[in-house]
Design a binder for this molecule. Structure first.
Ligand code: ATP
Length: 477
């Protein structure tokens, strides 16, 4: 995979460079399109909704699955050095003690004395650029004169709020039965390091990757699917010799950047931001975020972390199990170091949706289209009749659609005139439309229309599926 522009170096925090400005689509536009066209719905809506959970509708689940498939392809299928895993959401509670999550997986929270609303201090207006040291300063709220954005009331001093959800396992609900919903997938890969290494006869370096749900009791969720309390992650842990970690980190960074660009993220809206030393997690040696210019500002899309030997060493000490690796070449025993790539399976599709959104004027009318990468588009093709009153046309449409459906998501629609049918498919990002008209019955050919160029091409019926499959194949990064 190569990106059309070279990957930049991390920004200088003192001079972050030019802001590309808000995207074509405002956040409201994306949220309303997502709801109206069946991508994403608020959860439990008929009961007034539940904060910070969103449901993926018929088109959303296709888009999200395609994003996850694209990630799996790039991270596992097309590589020889990464294995897949699907670990449980519930884990031995000790895992989260050892990992440090029970003691310190927390964010600084402030509370309004009058309306009782709670906020994450680093997301309050005026708090966004505070350093980690400042965020821990008990005097910070008074020093900066911060007040409640809702009613202007006085805010408390920051206190740490643990983000893990806890529940009970088994019929007895006492302290001994507490378990946590995992706040990250990574720990499942660490505790399975030895299993995977032995079962797959792996030598270093190799990685373990997984996609799965994670849960965080976020203090201030919001901005649509950007910050949810139930979300999905795509994380990869790469196990290396200690002396290789720094180089391996530098290799994963452009790979991950290129992946976003190859699937449609606008590189002008991406940047790298290195964590300052006081921002690094206690175990991390180096961390660089790939940030995206969301409609609400620059925010993390994915984090690349050099975690040192913290994870395996801590689990080795706490479990009493030997998690060292024996290197047969150098005859050394050591605890592997880990380079992690941690992405979100909700933030990535969100980004692709934002960058795909187009508005233009065609023949005096507003045309909205989603220029989604064909690999990510929910439907690859729509089959449309020019005249739904002619049974032979409709019958041919269904025959073509049924054949296409054996290999890809295809849809038939006859509920409007052709112009409107095209516009509907444009708006959900369908890359190709196949139209059957009266002439098709005579010459055995149909029209294939391209979403982005709007050009039309006549193709014999028997060659339609091959043509679409060739285009899909050619679109692969
Ligand atoms: P943030 O600083 O935005 O809270 P984080 O640094 O805590 O994120 P990580 O722990 O590195 O995030 O998680 C890896 C990835 O998981 C993030 O880059 C993001 O894409 C995704 N992610 C994390 N928290 C959420 C959430 N609450 N909702 C949706 N996606 C999330």
């Amino acid at each position: 995979m190569t990106s059309p522009v070279a990957m930049p170096r991390p920004i200088d925090p003192a001079d972050p460079g030019e802001d590309p400005g808000p995207s074509v689509a405002a956040l409201d536009t994306i949220v309303s399109l997502a709801k109206r066209r069946g991508f994403i719905f608020p959860s439990s809506e008929i009961y007034g909704g539940i904060n910070a959970v969103w449901d993926y509708g018929p088109l959303g689940v296709e888009l999200k699955n395609n994003v996850k498939r694209a990630w799996w392809r790039a991270m596992i299928q097309e590589r020889d050095d990464v294995e897949g895993l699907d670990a449980g959401i519930l884990m031995a509670p000790q895992v989260w003690v050892t990992s440090g999550h029970v003691a310190s997986f927390s964010d600084p929270m402030v509370e309004c004395a009058t309306c009782k609303r709670r906020y994450r201090l680093d997301e309050l207006p005026g708090g966004e650029s505070l350093t980690q040291t400042e965020l821990r300063d008990p005097e910070i709220v008074t020093r900066l004169g911060l007040t409640c954005p809702n009613d202007g009331g006085p805010l408390s001093a920051p206190r740490r709020f643990n983000l893990m959800f806890q529940t009970y396992m088994g019929p007895v609900q006492d302290d001994a039965s507490v378990v946590y919903l995992r706040p990250e997938t990574a720990q499942g890969s660490y505790v399975n390091f030895r299993n995977v290494q032995q079962a797959m006869r792996r030598k270093l370096p190799f990685g373990i990757a997984q996609i799965g749900k994670s849960f965080r009791n976020e203090i201030s969720p919001g901005n649509f699917v950007f910050r949810m309390r139930e979300f999905e992650q795509m994380e990869m842990q790469y196990f290396v010799r200690p002396d290789a970690a720094a180089d391996v980190f530098e290799q994963w960074l452009p790979r991950r950047w290129d992946w976003y660009v190859a699937y449609g993220a606008d590189p002008a809206r991406l940047r790298l931001r290195e964590h300052a030393s006081d921002e690094l997690a206690h175990y991390a040696r180096k961390a660089i975020d790939i940030e995206y210019r969301f409609p609400f500002g620059w925010k993390e899309l994915e984090g690349i972390h050099d975690r040192g030997d913290f994870d395996l060493r801590s689990h080795q000490e706490a479990s009493g199990q030997n998690l060292e690796y024996f290197d047969p070449v150098t005859n050394e025993h050591f605890v592997p170091h880990i380079v992690e790539t941690a992405a979100g399976a909700d933030r990535a599709p969100f980004t692709f949706l934002i960058d795909a959104y187009r508005e233009e004027e065609v023949k005096g009318e507003k045309r909205v289209s989603l220029a989604l990468h064909p690999q990510l588009a929910p439907y690859k093709v729509a089959v449309l009749p020019l005249l739904k009153k002619r049974p032979e046309i409709v019958e041919l449409c269904h025959r073509i659609k049924a054949d296409l459906k054996r290999d890809m998501m295809a849809v038939y629609d006859d509920t409007a005139a052709i112009g409107k049918l095209y516009r509907r498919q444009d708006e959900i990002g369908t890359p190709w439309c196949v139209t059957v008209d009266v002439e098709s019955l005579e010459d055995g050919a149909v029209t294939v229309r391209d979403r982005d160029t709007m050009t039309q091409e006549r193709i014999p019926v028997e060659g339609v599926k091959r043509a679409i499959m060739d285009r899909l194949e050619a679109s692969r990064p």
